[in-house]
Design a protein around this ligand. Structure first.
Ligand code: G4P
Length: 529
């Protein structure tokens, strides 16, 4: 198969949701369709259980397990599908944000009863910022939930999307009869049996066909006709271009647990979802069909087993092919590197591969040379944008608790920050180090790992910060900026890349600062236009 065909074959995407909406169940059903796994339950261990939130060791153990399953690839109808796992747990939100830089599209799962939840809002916001094509899957139709139209309204309003349903439920909960597939113009009847034969669909080119009344009952048929008419009047017609450029979002209904509506979703997905996209680098637009390799690291996963200290760096291939044992340029260090055992991912296994294509993810064994955002090329000096840091939620001073081990401590902190476990800020005034995290849990993880992996001990002191804001002065030489730096000295720090950050201690002080120094722009993320 030629290079271009290999690219066209690939669909690389993420499934995002608020915890418990059904992401794991849906992932598993998709894998079953691909014949990648034999039984339900195989993906479950990929999930960080709610009950484990107070036990970080358990979470890390589960994260260890999830290395192998963090990319799930399978073949379906001759397409190579790469699903990138995105942890729903909010303490790992940053991991998910970074993973979203490596997907070409997403499927958002929403619980029919709970509607749009907090975590969904945040994640969709990130997707919208990047114009990532989104398909919405409304799940758990076998349960009582919100009215379909109300839910579509809610999705539009809370997520700021422009939706168009491509399927429509017939009844719900106890009365759930099936789904009308607007995209394919047929009906799939629900039997409430997860092992149901998925071929069991009835074609209906004309919804007014009286046969429909016999099949689903007169009342349900009338209701469906009314609903479809209404939907037709209210929502725009599906427009593939609009979906691809992120301005329209198709919606499907179903029940992942009962394997219902999943095939429709998948069949439509492989038809409309984007193939690996061209990507903007800081230097130029890189086309996915360029022959030379470019790729970037979007995730680093530490091995929790103390006997195997290596880490796995996940590289998304943007252009060209990645070949085993071929030397590539690690752009940041300006060094050539060769990889004798690059991992590819297939279903729940990882294996060594000789060649990978745009859209694929390779896992590279790493002993500390990679950082999130690093690029590999065949010689070109090129960096990809779009792996921003967001303001952490928690901030603490980190102190060295064993003066004999200060070297180990700084090495440990350095490497953990490269992995993206947390963010480091160094105060301008006195050089004290502050660790910022999205969840309080990360402090325990860091302390534990510093001790067990680097032999260093640390303690923390509270440091009250409302938000970290990246500072963008209009002109570094103007008086206003100089005054800002002098007056706010106590609250200024450098992030790991040396960018200036203002640590606002309250919402009020942030507002006051913005008013007082209008030419100094303050951003909640490290990358801004
Ligand atoms: P997540 O990855 O988004 O966190 O959600 P997950 O798939 O684990 O699903 C959360 C719960 O919702 C699970 O139940 C799962 O069985 C259930 N679920 C998923 N899809 C459907 C559906 O279509 N209908 C119904 N009725 N339930 C669904 P649990 O009891 O929390 O877990 P488990 O004990 O079943 O593993």
């Amino acid at each position: 198969m030629g290079f271009e065909q290999e690219i066209k074959k690939r669909r690389t995407f993420g499934i995002i949701s608020h915890p418990d909406a059904g992401k794991t169940t849906l992932t598993e059903k998709l894998l079953l369709f691909g014949g990648a796994i034999q039984e339900a339950g195989a993906v479950k261990n990929n999930k960080i259980k709610k009950s484990a939130t107070s036990d970080f060791m358990e979470i890390e153990r589960q994260r260890g397990i999830s290395v192998a399953t963090s990319i799930l690839a399978f073949l379906y109808k001759d397409k190579k599908i790469n699903i990138l796992d995105t942890p729903g747990h909010k303490d790992f939100a940053e991991d998910t944000f970074r993973t979203l830089t490596a997907v070409d599209s997403v499927i958002v799962v929403i619980d029919v009863a709970k509607g749009v939840e907090e975590q969904t809002e945040k994640l969709v916001q990130v997707c919208r910022m990047r114009n990532i094509p989104i398909i919405v899957f409304i799940n758990k139709l076998d349960r009582e939930g919100k009215d379909a139209f109300d839910l579509l309204d809610e999705v539009e309003q809370k997520l700021g999307l422009t939706v168009t349903p491509l399927s429509f439920p017939i009844g719900m909960g106890y009365d759930f009869k099936g789904i009308y597939n607007i995209f394919e113009k047929n009906i799939n009847l629900f039997s409430g049996d997860s092992k149901k034969n998925i071929e069991d669909t009835i074609a209906f080119n004309d919804i007014n066909n009286p046969e429909l009344d016999n099949i689903i009952g007169k009342k349900a048929a009338e209701e469906l006709r009314e609903n479809l008419e209404l939907a037709n009047g209210v929502y725009p017609e599906f427009d593939k271009e609009a979906y691809l450029n992120g301005t329209q979002q198709p919606v499907f209904f179903g029940s992942a647990l009962n394997n219902f509506g999943v095939r429709e979703l998948l069949d439509c997905f492989i038809e409309i979802a984007p193939i690996p996209k061209d990507k903007m680098s800081q230097e130029r637009l890189v086309k996915s069909n360029e022959k030379t390799l470019t790729g970037f690291v979007f995730k680093i996963h530490a091995n929790m087993d103390p006997k195997h200290r290596d880490r796995l760096a996940f590289v998304k291939i943007v252009s060209g092919t990645f070949e085993r044992n071929k030397p590539y340029l690690h752009v940041r260090s300006n060094k050539k590197m060769k990889f004798s055992s690059p991992n590819a991912f297939f279903a729940e296994k990882k294996e060594i591969v000789d060649i990978s294509y745009p859209g694929d993810i390779v896992g590279l064994h790493d002993t500390g040379s990679f950082k999130i955002g690093d690029t590999l090329t065949e010689g070109e000096v090129l960096y990809y944008k779009g792996i921003p840091s967001f303001s952490p939620e928690h901030f603490r001073y980190i102190n060295n608790a064993d003066p004999m081990k200060s070297k180990q401590l700084s090495k440990g902190i350095d490497q953990l920050m490269d992995e993206g476990v947390a963010q480091l800020f160094t105060l301008e005034m006195n050089g004290r180090k502050i660790i910022g995290t999205v969840g309080a849990l990360q402090y325990e993880v860091i302390q534990y790992r510093l001790e067990h992996e680097y032999g260093a001990k640390c303690t923390y002191d509270n440091f009250s910060v409302y938000k970290a804001c990246w500072v963008q002065p209009e002109d570094i030489n103007n008086e206003e900026f100089k005054e800002f730096k002098r007056v706010k000295q106590k609250f200024l720090a450098k992030d790991k890349k040396g960018q200036l950050v203002f640590l606002a201690d309250s919402q009020f002080s942030l507002q006051m600062t913005q008013q007082k120094y209008p030419s100094v722009k303050l951003h909640f993320t490290s990358e801004y236009e």
